[in-house]
Ligand binder design. Structure first.
Ligand SMILES: Nc1ncnc2c1ncn2[C@@H]1O[C@H](CCC(=O)c2cccc(C(=O)O)c2)[C@@H](O)[C@H]1O
Ligand SMILES: [Zn+2]
Length: 354
């Protein structure tokens, strides 16, 4: 066997080394949900009265969820650790460091500014903190960050109003903001009520990327498309139950932001082998692979690509195509997309070259 054959064969069985070096884009990852144990202990040391354990073993237990509602409860206890603009800056900058280590070149990070402003962080200081971190991270780590501001739907229309205000007020809106989202529980939080807020965000030039079909059925995905003019869908897991919806997503090139391990951790899907990602691909839907809240779910983007390689039986070019799907579905400009796609191709050809 030549070196090339050996590497190609090993790549299919054990794709980890290839994935580790593959340049990637991540489209669905939450700001607070990306606080690694290292970041959590730094923040907890600043705020010793918090509920969040810092010892790694206790933290792993703390991050074991009984259902989606329990996940949100734990998530909010980590939100409570972020109390000052300097906490916001540290969190954002350290997330970029973790991304760069995984060769993530570009990420659209979902931020819930309402959670911080309602806890008393000044809006101007919040924006300055994320922008300062974004610029330092790009200069020092080479990872380009962009923001998606999301409404925490369960917090009500007051949170929608505040989020759209922060996203569209010319004096506040940060330069890195590209999109507008909606997160949190779906049960009892119908999507259509958020239409006026999405209309305002879209009119201000933001792209629409709500979560839908993570914890409720395909009708929520239709609502996100029809009422919120979604251009991508966060999760969209239950779309698999509606062949007409899959056909529509495929035809309109509306990408799904698939987060396999997250769906298991929140018990939205029973096991990885039952995850519908294969059905999405079979139906021709543009599938992107993402990590959602990586340390909380004991994962990272590289691990999610390894899961996808197994579930979809992908070789190196299959993984490269998956990485390029994220580039295509991103809100990068055409030149940025072309450059990152070329980098992925160059890396893959180099890896497979004899
Ligand atoms: N897998 C996920 N699927 C969905 N969302 C996820 C996921 N992971 C992380 N999130 C984040 O959780 C937030 C929810 C926060 C929330 O519900 C809430 C309710 C009441 C008050 C407050 C507050 O701050 O006072 C917050 C969302 O906005 C979203 O950014
Ligand atoms: Zn999410």
């Amino acid at each position: 066997m030549t070196d090339h054959d050996q590497r190609a064969a090993a790549g299919v069985r054990d794709p980890h080394a290839f994935i580790a070096g593959l340049p990637k884009a991540e489209l669905h990852v939450h700001h607070v949900g990306s606080a690694s144990p290292r970041i959590v202990s730094q923040l907890a040391a600043r705020h010793p009265d918090s509920q969040v354990p810092t010892d790694p073993e206790a933290l792993a237990d703390f991050f074991t969820f009984t259902d989606f509602a329990h996940f949100i409860k734990v998530y909010l206890s980590v939100v409570d650790l972020i109390r000052t603009p300097e906490d916001v800056r540290l969190l954002t900058y350290e997330i970029a460091r973790d991304m760069a280590r995984q060769q993530i070149r570009y990420a659209e990070l979902t931020i819930t500014p309402f959670s911080s402003t309602r806890r008393g962080i000044d809006a101007r200081a919040f924006m300055d903190a994320i922008e300062d971190a974004r610029k330092s991270a790009e200069a020092e780590f080479g990872t380009v960050l962009r923001w998606c501001f999301d409404i925490p739907g369960e917090a009500g229309l007051e949170s929608a109003e505040e989020t759209v205000r922060l996203a569209t007020d010319d004096r506040l809106r940060p330069e890195g903001l590209v999109s507008f989202g909606l997160g949190g529980p779906e049960i009892g939080v119908p999507r259509p009520q958020f239409k006026p807020y999405f209309d305002r965000a879209i009119a201000a030039g933001l792209r629409s990327v709500p979560h839908a079909g993570e914890t409720t059925g395909p009708e929520t995905v239709w609502d996100a498309l029809n009422h919120l003019r979604a251009e991508r869908i966060g999760h969209g897991t239950s779309s698999a139950q509606d062949p007409g919806l899959l056909a529509h997503l495929a035809e309109q090139r509306i990408a799904l932001e698939v987060c396999p391990t997250s769906n298991i951790a929140t018990r939205a899907v029973r096991t990885l082998d039952e995850h519908p990602v294969k059905e999405f691909v079979r139906a021709g839907v543009l599938v992107t692979i993402n990590s959602d809240d990586p340390p909380m779910f004991g994962t990272d983007l590289n691990s999610e690509y390894a899961v996808a390689a197994r579930l979809l039986d992908l070789d190196e070019w299959g993984l490269a195509d998956l990485a390029k799907n994220a580039v295509e579905a991103s809100f990068l400009d055409p030149a940025g997309k072309a450059a990152l796609a070329a980098e992925i191709d160059t890396y893959t050809s180099g890896w497979l070259a004899p």
